[in-house]
Write a protein of this length. Sequence first.
Length: 70
Amino acid sequence: MRTLVMNFLTSGGKKTTIRIKDVKEGLDATEVSNIMDTIIAKNIFISASGDLKLKDSADIVVTTNQELDI
């Protein structure tokens, strides 16, 4: 599974994270930066510490599962 993890700084000076599961293969830094800019500009998410104001960081986390016979 590929999960996009986007970290933002809020108007309250805290960090908040948005995770999107099952992102497409080949998603690049420019696309992620544009997504984050759109999220900030449209102000569509509510955070306990205020509006999302700045991009902090982003990662794509890849996880695998291994079934065990028990």
